[in-house]
Design a protein around this ligand. Structure first.
Ligand code: PLP
Ligand code: COI
Length: 356
């Protein structure tokens, strides 16, 4: 039985809602009025609060800043035409949240606290959930170590917080991607499967190098041979090759995406053959050359279904068919949107209603 969490709520006295331009929502820059905060100390979670969004005071010695004991999640809430607000598959994020926590030697958070914290911030700021096509309220839960101590050891205290941002799509155009064969995102035994802050820190130099070369995203490859596709910078990599949905299997180096899982489930229901396996760079390049690669996209919460327009490898750029002509990713994007925005029935139980 889930117990109702005792959350202390302090509402803002000055909402920024009226002064926010919902026609101009750069990703992750505009925050809604409130945020959720909880503390971990003495072996338990406590002080559950919703407070106005704003700065928090912290010691400059907290170990999150020095040793990166920090991780996050990314989830979206959608508004239906009748005003109902839903959060998409947050139970999957709760599960992954705790996998990240365990890998980083941080305390887990009971699923019901996670779900109730999301519901609390989304409900209080439900007027911040955008209604335009492909827009949503992005939910960013995160946890970080707060012991003011410079020794390298797991902290005894932590903060868990949830921020929300009204957003449009993360990528505004068809992606020009580069297969990375120099830098590595994650190796076996590392923390690639966790949504660790440090994974994103280590991706910044390779990501910036790619952007400087004119690319939008990287496709990471395996640490040992750089011969197998892993994932993209902020999304899982999915392909339609020879009529099959092909995607790298998620072992320890790849983030187990919720969107990826959703796309696989839909494909299976539609009778599209699905292969989760090692995917070689060679077969993707070959497919791009001989036309058997009929679709390629990034799948992620922020990214949604982000079409890949061209793939570059070893200085050669291979162009794929126009995204508008792609049967699979067009259908998957439409179906996903129709479920999330309540246009068609949610037969999978993926939408968690807020405030009912
Ligand atoms: N891989 C990485 C590195 C990501 O940051 C994300 C985004 O969350 C994903 C994959 C896709 O995961 P999800 O669909 O759960 O958002
Ligand atoms: C998400 O899709 O939620 C992500 O975490 C991507 C993010 C790094 C922008």
């Amino acid at each position: 039985m889930t117990e109702t969490l005792d959350i202390q709520i302090t509402k803002t006295t000055h909402s920024r809602l009226q002064e926010t331009d919902f026609d101009n929502l750069p990703f992750g820059k505009i925050f809604s009025d409130h945020m959720f905060v909880a503390d971990y100390a003495d072996g338990e979670w406590k002080n559950f609060q919703v407070i106005p969004y704003g700065e928090i005071g912290l010691s400059p010695a907290i170990s999150a800043l020095h040793y990166g004991q920090a991780f996050f999640e990314g989830i979206k809430a959608y508004k239906h035409a009748d005003g109902k607000v839903v959060i998409f598959r947050p139970d999957k994020n709760a599960e992954r949240f705790n996998k990240s926590a365990e890998r980083l030697c941080m305390p887990t958070l009971p699923e019901d606290i996670f779900l109730q914290s999301l519901a609390a911030v989304v409900d209080i700021d439900r007027d911040w959930v955008p209604t335009q096509d492909n827009h949503a309220l992005y939910i960013r839960p995160f946890m970080f170590a707060t012991d003011p101590f410079l020794g390298v050891q797991p902290s005894a205290t932590y903060k868990y917080m949830v921020l929300t941002c009204p957003v449009g799509p993360y990528f505004s155009k068809t992606l020009r991607v580069k297969i990375e064969t120099n830098f590595t995102r994650a190796a076996e035994g590392g923390m690639g499967f966790a949504k660790a802050a440090g994974n994103y820190a280590s991706s910044m130099l390779p990501g910036k190098t790619a952007v400087d070369e004119g690319f939008d995203q990287l496709i990471w490859t395996d640490a040992r041979d750089h011969a197998y596709i892993e994932e993209m910078g902020a999304a899982n990599a999915m392909f339609v090759l020879d009529g099959k949905l092909v995607t790298p299997s998620t072992q320890s180096t790849i983030l187990k995406g919720v969107t990826r899982d959703t796309v696989i489930k839909l494909a299976q229901e539609w009778g599209v053959p699905v292969e989760e396996r090692r995917v070689s760079v060679a077969e993707i390049v070959e497919g791009a050359k001989n036309g058997k690669l009929t679709d390629a996209f990034g799948a992620g919460t922020a990214a949604t279904i982000a079409p890949v327009g061209s793939i570059s490898y070893n200085g050669e750029e291979y162009f794929l068919i126009d995204p508008k002509e792609r049967e699979f990713s067009q259908k998957v994007l439409k179906t996903l949107n129709d479920i999330k925005y309540g246009v068609i029935p949610d037969t999978h139980g993926w939408n968690f209603p807020v405030g009912e």
